[in-house]
Ligand binder design. Structure first.
Ligand code: HEM
Length: 360
């Protein structure tokens, strides 16, 4: 069956095909991420007084400036330096599930691991982890339903208290407090805004990637056996999971001007829904797209987006999930996941993953 190309519903436009999604994502002059420009002044002022808008919802030139600043504190080399820490954490969690026997993969590994890693990177003390998980949950549930002001306020206050411009500690908040380009530094509100974004954008997504990869491996014992024999294919399995079970199924833009996508009329102020999960299974781009095949040649999925907003945390998400698969396969010869029900799925139009997955 061929995927419907573009569908209009009032002023909402739904885009499904790979090339059309890439056209929109790579054309940020026409398709804006700055949705707050459409909000009323009251709500905009309330939001801005707490945390500055994050790079995810900014257009150039501010996006370019801010991304330049934060990415210098978030380089792939810096991320790789967390390899040992993540590996030890993953190993401990996996040994714990081996001891437990039948248990829930999500609550034992996929959920706690990313949140512990990002908290450690930010410099959040372990005693505050529980509070962190609650905030992260609340923000994830509010995605796509408008801003959760109460949680944002609590988190902003927490992060504001952590900012220390004189600190030389090696954590992300200190680095964000001190990075500068052309003598420009991040404001307090920008640091809190970015820290919140890391929690919102990074946790549930990576949780789902880890769970989705292990679910797929339980569906393919032959591929799992190959992984047990050869750890080096873990990266390929992660990439194919990103394509085949994309943790972020969709993202959005709005049109600043009239435009045509491949002959389809777009009008100023249209909302454009971009289905990354569908694009990643476009039969004109990926051969045999509904088949989970980590060894496929074309790995150019767009699960991390495309263009100027390409996921800043991609190296971290890739590292965490690859390490979990490697450490898992080192210790567990074979495993199965109990039948999943529709109720086990996360209740979201945007995220794709499971609330629980019982492993045996
Ligand atoms: C942006 C997916 C993990 C931080 C994005 C975008 C996607 C995405 C699709 C682009 C959204 C758009 O263009 O509208 C994912 C997936 C992840 C993941 C599938 C895990 C499997 C992470 C992690 C972090 C992170 C671990 C950080 C700790 C960000 C940031 C942006 C972003 C800061 C905004 C970049 C910008 O606007 O310039 N992510 N993400 N993400 N992601 Fe991720």
């Amino acid at each position: 069956m061929r995927t419907q190309r573009i569908v209009r519903e009032g002023n909402s436009v739904h885009v499904f095909k790979y090339n059309d999604v890439v056209t929109v994502l790579s054309n940020h002059n026409v398709f804006s991420s700055q949705f707050r420009d459409l909000l009323g002044d009251d709500i905009k002022n309330e939001l801005d007084s707490r945390a500055a808008p994050s790079i995810l919802i900014l257009d150039p030139p501010r996006h370019t400036e801010l991304r330049g600043l934060v990415s210098s504190a978030f380089t792939p080399r810096k991320i790789e330096s967390y390899d040992n820490y993540i590996r030890e954490l993953a190993a401990k969690m996996i040994e714990n599930i081996i001891e437990k026997g039948r248990c829930d993969l999500v609550s034992e590994i996929s959920y706690p691991l990313p949140i512990m890693v990002i908290s450690n990177m930010l410099g959040v003390p372990e005693k505050d982890l529980k509070k962190f998980k609650e905030w992260s949950d609340a923000l994830a549930t509010s995605l796509g339903r408008g801003p959760d002001l109460r949680t944002q306020r609590e988190m902003s206050e927490y992060f504001l208290n952590m900012i220390d411009r004189n600190s030389n500690e090696d954590n992300l908040i200190s680095r964000l407090s001190n990075v500068s380009i052309d003598d420009k530094k991040l404001t307090d509100q920008e640091i809190t805004g970015f820290s919140i974004l890391l929690l919102v954008a990074g946790n549930e997504t990576t949780t789902n990637l880890i769970t989705n990869a292990l679910i797929e491996l339980s569906n393919h014992p032959d591929i799992y056996k190959e992984l047990v024999d050869n750890n080096k294919i873990a990266g390929d399995i992660v990439e194919e999971t990103l394509r085949f079970r994309s943790p972020v199924q969709s993202t959005r833009r709005y049109a600043k001007y009239d435009y045509q996508i491949n002959g389809f009329n777009i009008y100023k102020n249209d909302f454009i829904f971009l289905y990354l999960g569908s694009a990643n299974r476009d039969e004109e781009i990926f051969k045999d797209p509904d088949n989970f095949n980590p060894f496929r040649e074309n790995k150019r999925h767009i699960a991390f987006g495309n263009g100027i907003h390409f996921c800043l945390g991609a190296p971290l998400a890739r590292l965490e999930s690859r390490i979990v698969l490697e450490e898992f396969a080192k210790r567990i010869e074979s495993f199965s996941i109990e039948r999943l029900n529709p109720d086990d799925r996360i209740d979201s139009d945007i995220m794709y993953g499971y609330k629980r997955a019982i492993i045996n």
